[in-house]
Structures are given as C-alpha cells and as structure tokens.
Design a protein around this ligand. Structure first.
Ligand code: ACO
Length: 324
C-alpha cells in the first residue's frame, strides 16, 4: 500500500510523486484524496461527456418507443431507454464528487462547450436501427467501458461495473432484433443490412480519433483514467464484430476487411475522419435537434426541480424545528 502521511506542508512535487505511485500500484483515487488539478479537470471532462452521451443517447431510441412493432418490444425498449437515464444519473453523481455541480455540467452541454458521443447525431430511420444501436452502439460502448471498470478514479470505476452489466443486456436485445430481421422476410433482411451499413462506421468512430491524433490519451493512460487506447479498443471491436455479422448472414460493410495472420487482427479501411470532426464539432445530421430537444425537456422539467427544492427545504426546516 502506498500510504504515506500527507500534511498541509507536503510539497507539490512530493504530492504528485505519491499520487502517481498510488496509481502505479493500482490503488483507486477517491474524492477526498489529493489529486493534481489537471487530473481532476480531465476526469470532469471525460466523465461529464460520458454522462451527456448516456442522456442524449435516449433520443434516437426514444423516437421508436411509440412505433415499436409489438407490446413486448415497446416494453423492452422503454426500459432500455430508462436504463440510459439511470447511467446518466450515476455518472453525473460520480462527476459531482470532483467539485462541479450538475447545473454547470448541463450548461456546458447546452452551450456546446462539452461534447457527447458523435453516434447520437445520426438519425434513426427504421426499426432495424433499434437493432443496430443495441448491437453495435451499445456493443462498442461496452468494449470501452469494460476497460473503464479499472479506471483509476474510484467513483467512476464503480459506476462502470453496474453500467456494463446493463449495457450487456442492451447489446443482447439489439442483437436479438437483428437476428429476427436477418432471418425474416427478404424485406426485413434488407432492413437489417441497411441499418448495419449506416451504423457500422459511426460505431467505429465512437472510439475517438487515431491514437496519434488523440489530445488526451497519453496523459489519461499515464494516470490510468483510460486503460486501453482508442485504436486498440477499436481493433478489438472490429475483430469481435466479424463473426457476429457472419452469424446474421449479412454482408460486411467494409469491403477491404482482411485477416492479417501476422498481427492476429483484421486489417480494415480507414474511417472518414472529415465526417467524424464535422459531427463532433456540431455539424452532424441531428446535433442541433438533439440539443434543442434537451433544452426544451430541461425547461419543461423546471417545475419538478423547483418542487424538489421546496420539499427539501421544508424537510430541513421541520428537522431543525424538531431538533430545537
Ligand atoms: N464523440 C464525440 N467526441 C469525441 C469522440 C466521439 N466519438 N471521440 C473523441 N471525442 C472528442 C473528445 O471528447 C475530445 O474532445 P474535448 O477535448 O473537447 O473533450 C477530442 O475528441 C479528442 O479526443 P481524445 O483526445 O481521444 O479524447 P479522450 O481521451 O477523451 O477519448 C473517448 C475519447 C474514447 C470517447 C473517451 O473520452 C472515453 O472513453 N469516454 C468514456 C466513454 C464514453 O464517453 N462513452 C460514450 C459512449 S455512449 C454510451 O455509453 C451509450
């Protein structure tokens, strides 16, 4: 255990050395521990963007709740979308332990200073997209989040454990929709192929830019905020998806995909990085619509926040009166 006594007079360089030693020894950093400000800010950035992604991610699927093909499918989709709201809540709460308020995070999202996952700026055009999102988007999210269960910040790591369990269920429900469509009528199979073709590439973009272009990776890896790099995780996802596409009997969207014996991985086409940067900079198909919808929902919900605050105040006053 790295457990040296830290006092008010411990010099900054010694604090940083102890902090890094703790991380290297795989001990978790907890909210009240000393941490460099850059570590705190980097975590606030990544965790709040992660929380925003969960919440904004409710919109593309929410679009299909009223149009799900059966009552069972409606119930499943509804509870999946509710799970995503829960993930947002755990992550906002975990981020608040770093000294930022929920209101500040929401303002950053709504004013465009904080990002959210690029994938949620693509429209959901068919029921097949519900299958592709569960299978590919949640599948890519799990690939990343399994490694984040070992992230160095305790509250983030712990929230990831529960989130991964739920995301695994989401991935299976999406894949099950794909199995039904891919083994259904020719029109259903076409629908599944079309959804795969549209969501495959944006799913690969979820892992972020190439490592060589990633602004935060080097420091995040040193601090074990990130445990695997963008390119390594993307490769893992590409490799695992091949047999899933084969099982569905669908065509792989990447015509250049080829097994590389030497690397022990598939070689694949490069992504359209102009599209990626355009989407993360606010110019995807649905960026404006997603934020406008979020602002409206937030404003419509103001009365709930006010009622909760009034109720809490009343409760505190009653407790204070009883204690007097
Ligand atoms: N969508 C939107 N923005 C992205 C994406 C993406 N797919 N990939 C990278 N970016 C942004 C980064 O947030 C960063 O922007 P910023 O400096 O304004 O914050 C910039 O592009 C540069 O990228 P990196 O330096 O590689 O950023 P980082 O080290 O944070 O890696 C990653 C990006 C892999 C997404 C990381 O933040 C991460 O693992 N986040 C947690 C997981 C997460 O957010 N998942 C959302 C999944 S959706 C879901 O859960 C259903």
């Amino acid at each position: 255990m790295v457990n040296k006594m830290i006092t008010n007079t411990t010099p900054e360089t010694e604090l940083e050395r102890l902090f890094q030693a703790k991380i290297d020894a795989e001990q978790k950093i907890e909210p009240k521990d000393w941490m460099p400000d850059a570590y705190r800010q980097n975590l606030i950035r990544q965790m709040s963007q992660h929380a925003h992604s969960e919440v904004i991610g409710m919109q593309p699927e929410g679009n299909w709740i009223t149009r799900a093909p059966s009552l069972r499918r409606k119930a499943v989709l509804l509870s999946k979308v509710q799970d995503e709201a829960g993930h947002g809540l755990y992550l906002y709460s975990a981020t608040e332990t770093l000294g930022i308020s929920r209101a500040e995070m929401i303002t950053a999202l709504q004013t465009g200073t904080a990002k959210y996952a690029s994938i949620f700026n693509y429209p959901t055009q068919t029921w097949g997209d519900m299958g592709a999102i569960g299978w590919l988007v949640d599948g890519a999210a799990i690939c990343n989040q399994v490694s984040l269960q070992r992230t160095s910040y305790g509250p983030y790591a712990r929230s990831m454990i529960r989130i991964c369990k739920e995301e695994s269920f989401h991935q299976r429900q999406g894949y099950q929709i794909m199995i039904e469509l891919a083994h259904g009528t020719p029109a259903q199979k076409d629908m599944a192929q079309d959804s795969l073709n549209r969501f495959y590439w944006p799913s690969l973009m979820m892992f972020g830019p190439h490592d060589s272009e990633s602004a935060h990776s080097a420091r995040s890896m040193k601090w074990k905020i990130k445990r695997e790099t963008n390119d390594d995780l993307r490769q893992k996802f590409i490799d695992q998806t091949v047999s899933q596409i084969n099982y569905l009997g669908l065509e792989h969207p990447d015509k250049a995909l080829e097994w590389n014996e030497e690397r022990g991985h598939y070689d694949s086409s490069d992504l359209d990085w102009d599209e990626f940067y355009s989407v993360i900079n606010g110019n995807g198909h649905c960026n404006r619509q997603r934020i406008q919808h979020h602002v409206k929902a937030h404003e419509d919900g103001a009365w709930v926040r006010e009622a909760t605050a009034a109720y809490n105040l009343k409760k505190e006053q009653r407790l204070a009166r009883d204690a007097a």
